[in-house]
Structures are given as C-alpha cells and as structure tokens.
Write a protein that binds this ligand. Structure first.
Ligand code: SF4
Length: 374
C-alpha cells in the first residue's frame, strides 16, 4: 500500500469518525490559537462544532492568507483541447455514451485559442482534456506547450494521469503545473462513479501527483469533486494528501482546487450536494490547516459567491472561461463540460478584485527563476 492509500485507509477508523463528529466548540477555538495544526486538528476544524465557530475560522483563514500571500490574486483560464473521452463518469457531460458535439483541436487551433487568451490579458493557461489518448497524446501536449510558451509564460495541464517519464517529458517541454482531482477519495464510491475506461484505476490516479512531483513539476494542484462524497471526510483526506505532497515534494508548490458538482446529466443525481456554507467551511478549514497551499476557485461558482469566497484564502481564480474545445474562437461549436456560472470577462473579474482590495496578477511566474509559484 502506498503512502496516500495508507492515509485513506487510516481515516476509515472510528477514531477519525469521532473527531469528525466533534461537538465541542471550545476545542475548535483552542486549535485556532495554535500556530501549527496537525492532522487531528484538521478533523476537528471540519467537525459540526466548527459549524458554529465558522466566522472565527473564516477570520483566521483570511489573516493567515494575507500574511502568507498578501493580497495578490493570480488569474488563469482553461483551454480545452478535446472533448472526446473514453471515460464513462456518470456526472460528466463529456462521457463517452452521451451524444455531444465532439471536437479535437489541432496545434494551430490550440495556438489560436492561446492567442485570444493572451489578448484578453491571460498569462496562465491550463490545458484541459478528457480521456482522449488520440487527441491529447503526450507528444501533442508537449508540442502544444512548447509553442504556447512562446506567447504565455505559464502553461499547466489538467489531463488524465500519466507515467513519471511522461511528466518528465512535459516538464522539459515547459509544463509548470499539473492539476489532477481525485474526485472522491473513497475507493468504493470511486469505483461506482468511474465504472469504465482508464479512469477506473483508483490507485493510478491517486498516485499521479507523486509521479508528477518526482518528475519535478513545479506546481501540483489536487482536489476532490465536492458532491460525490460526504464533504467532511473528503476534505480531511484531501488535506492530508496535500500535506503529504508538501512534505515530500517541497520544491513544488502545492495547491488545492475547489470544484463543486452542480449541473450534471439528467440521469445522474449528486449523491452529497454541497451547499454554499459547507463550501465556505471547507475552504476556511483547509486554509487554516495548510497556510502555504494555493487555493483555486473556478468559474463553476457564480460572481457573488466567488467575491465572498476570495477573502477566505483563495489565491488563484479563473476568469472568462470556456469549457468546450475551441470555445474562445468559436463559442458553442462543441459541447461544453459544464456550464460556467461566472460570465464576467477577465477584465471585469480583475476590476472586481481590485474593488475588493486585491491585486489581480496576470503573471507571477518567471520560468527562469525555476522556483516556487506563486
Ligand atoms: S470526468 Fe473526465 S474521464 Fe470522466 S467522462 Fe468526463 S472528461 Fe471523461
């Protein structure tokens, strides 16, 4: 059993269950006064007692973030390269059994999309693809990244898990970051939600960021898809996974994404829908536990909520996102993965961040530094 699987296994015990059910608010307040938090503290910060002290945790999370990151907010945009997928995840609009307008971009089309993004001010691009070995091969990704880096200083990838050698190839091509969400840390639930295709291999996905870390990828972003499992336990496992990565790959910057399932295909119902308050709770608790981690918020969330979540510890937001391949040049010509809830342009998001007292940063990454971001 590898290190991350051990974490998942250990957190199944009744000890952890008891901590996650804690009702002692005084205990939560005591944790907030400690400079460093351990794994048990995270469980208590996620417990029902913490529901009643959420405002205090939120204030603490804000203070910790400002101390560590200042008021800088990095902006990024996804660039979908393919919506072909051999996967069958029941919650996803790209799954293979759905009729959809499918599209794979050519290198020229990727560069056209990248050019439009840089014209809008974007300097951080996240290349995204489903399980499409034909349209998003390692060779294709490497070529796309090498060429995109001529116009954008930072290019990350959110693609299916790869071998360590492939991550090394992509690091050499210029990939700055790998984003990979486990979706759910519960192996049984994972199997039910990922019944077919390469994604059905729970362990291969769980260990992917280790391979990316060993390959020297500078930024590793992990996450759970909120809604697939009970959020307190999922957040505990996510936090412990992030802590393990921080310890082992200290040269890489660790960040956590906060994707929440909202719109799903009609034949799927979200098993554990997460409300706004629970999302606030998770973000504040994870920030209190991981003061050095980046926290990423996408346009899945609507503008008013995003504006409220930012001060809790968010360090990176997407803006002006399109979730279909070719969506910047020809919106609507292919099926999107999910409906974006924040339709503001990048300039409007940047303007709002400034009004909230933040400094929107289009570029905070200089490859020649070869160091940590942000
Ligand atoms: S979640 Fe990913 S692997 Fe699953 S169907 Fe959607 S794009 Fe494919």
């Amino acid at each position: 059993m590898n290190r991350i699987e051990e974490i998942v296994d250990q957190t199944q015990s009744s000890d952890w269950e008891r901590l996650l059910k804690n009702r002692d608010e005084a205990l939560v307040r005591k944790i907030l006064s400690r400079p460093r938090k351990d794994a048990r503290d995270l469980a208590l910060l996620l417990s029902p007692a913490a529901d009643n002290t959420l405002e205090e945790i939120a204030r603490y999370a804000h203070r910790v973030t400002v101390k560590r990151f200042g008021r800088v907010m990095q902006l990024y945009a996804p660039l979908y390269i393919s919506n072909f997928c051999v996967g069958g995840c029941p919650y996803c609009g790209f799954r293979s059994d759905r009729s959809a307008q499918r599209r794979r971009l050519t290198i020229e089309e990727v560069l056209q999309e990248g050019g439009l993004l840089t014209q809008s001010g974007m300097r951080h691009i996240l290349l995204v693809s489903g399980e499409d070995p034909k349209g998003a091969s390692v060779a294709f990704l490497a070529e796309a990244v090498t060429k995109l880096k001529q116009i954008a200083p930072s290019v990350s990838i959110e693609v299916p898990p790869l071998k360590e050698a492939d991550y090394k190839t992509l690091a050499t091509a210029g990939v700055d970051g790998v984003t990979l969400y486990q979706e759910t840390y519960d192996p049984i639930r994972y199997a039910a939600c990922h019944p077919s295709g390469p994604k059905s291999d729970y362990t291969y996905r769980l260990t992917a960021l280790d391979r990316a870390g060993r390959a020297g990828i500078p930024k590793l972003t992990l996450g759970a898809l909120w809604g697939l499992g009970p959020w307190r336990l999922e957040a505990l496992r996510l936090g412990l996974h992030a802590m393990a990565l921080e310890r082992h790959y200290w040269r890489s910057h660790i960040a956590l994404g906060m994707p929440r399932l909202k719109q799903v295909p009609n034949d799927f119902s979200i098993p554990y829908p997460m409300d706004d308050r629970s999302l606030v709770h998770v973000i504040a608790a994870l920030r209190a536990f991981l003061p050095d981690a980046g926290l990423v918020l996408s346009t899945r969330e609507p503008p008013a909520l995003r504006d409220k979540l930012v001060p809790l510890g968010i360090t990176q937001v997407s803006a002006g996102s399109k979730t279909e391949p070719g969506g910047y040049a020809a919106p609507g010509a292919a099926t999107d993965q999910f409906e974006v809830s924040d339709h503001r342009t990048p300039a409007e998001v940047a303007d709002r961040l400034q009004r909230l007292g933040y400094d929107p940063v289009w570029k905070d990454w200089e490859p020649t530094f070869g160091g940590m971001a942000p």
